[in-house]
Design a protein around this ligand. Structure first.
Ligand code: PLP
Length: 225
């Protein structure tokens, strides 16, 4: 049998570096939001080619943070694909938002951009697209539709970290892009993890605040995070 992701082999390939990093965290005991997290976020933002990266506990939390940061709320509608991992639609529904499914294109198995217009209603606030199996959807078309119809584009890049569209990493498209570091994903971590990407400083600040229970300064909370 061939493993879907050979995590033991990839550990062997980077054994010393990884084990030293794990020990470093144990020794300095900065387990939550420490300096390692800060340098990871800096490297992630550099890797995708700019903007801001805010790390979090999973790809699912990253989707919650994206929807919350954009102010999508109970009663709103978000257009998304039915052909993805459950978390995409689940995180929309968890916030009391209505997922509106638009069928996929048989060319790339991602959202069929030609079917989106007819699904837009006055309640539609965002399009949550997915880069399925590492392949981004037509992000140029999706950005165009969002601009024309005043919608926010969110890209769920849980399966595609590192993928490019028109020479740019897919994490730099949309108002917000997310990814997952679940062990079997393109960049897996040793447990659960995720990240949120944006090019806008104000959004990055809001996402970082929501991640820490809506914190503004220590023990002062401005949002439900
Ligand atoms: C894996 C996955 C998620 C969820 O990521 P977790 O880190 O497991 O929470 C969300 N969307 C897609 C498309 C995924 O494949």
């Amino acid at each position: 049998m061939i493993d879907f992701a050979n995590l033991k082999e990839s550990h062997k390939a980077h054994k010393e570096e990884i084990e030293e990093a794990v020990l470093r965290v144990c020794r300095n005991a900065q387990f939550i939001m420490g300096s390692e997290v800060e340098s990871l976020e800096k490297e992630l933002a550099e890797f995708v080619g700019g903007g801001y990266a805010v790390s979090c506990s999973s790809g699912s939390s990253a989707l919650l943070l994206a929807l919350m940061a954009l102010g999508v709320k109970v009663g709103d509608e978000v257009i998304t694909t039915p052909f993805t991992f459950i978390a995409t639609a689940e995180m929309i529904a968890l916030l009391g938002i209505k997922p509106v499914f638009v069928d996929i294109s048989l060319e790339d198995y991602n959202l069929d951009c030609d079917l989106i217009e007819q699904a837009i209603t006055p309640k539609t606030k965002a399009i949550l697209a997915v880069s399925l199996y590492g392949q981004p959807p037509n992000l140029e078309k999706l950005e165009h539709i969002c601009k024309e119809r005043n919608l926010k584009l969110i890209l769920d890049g849980a399966q595609s970290f590192g993928a490019e569209f028109l020479g740019r990493k897919d994490s730099t498209f949309g108002a917000i892009a997310t990814t997952s570091f679940f062990p079997a994903k393109p960049l897996g971590c040793y447990g659960d993890g995720g990240a949120v990407f944006t090019q806008e400083e104000s959004l990055a600040k809001k996402i970082a605040s929501l991640r820490l229970h809506g914190e503004k300064s220590r023990y002062v909370h401005q949002f439900v995070g």
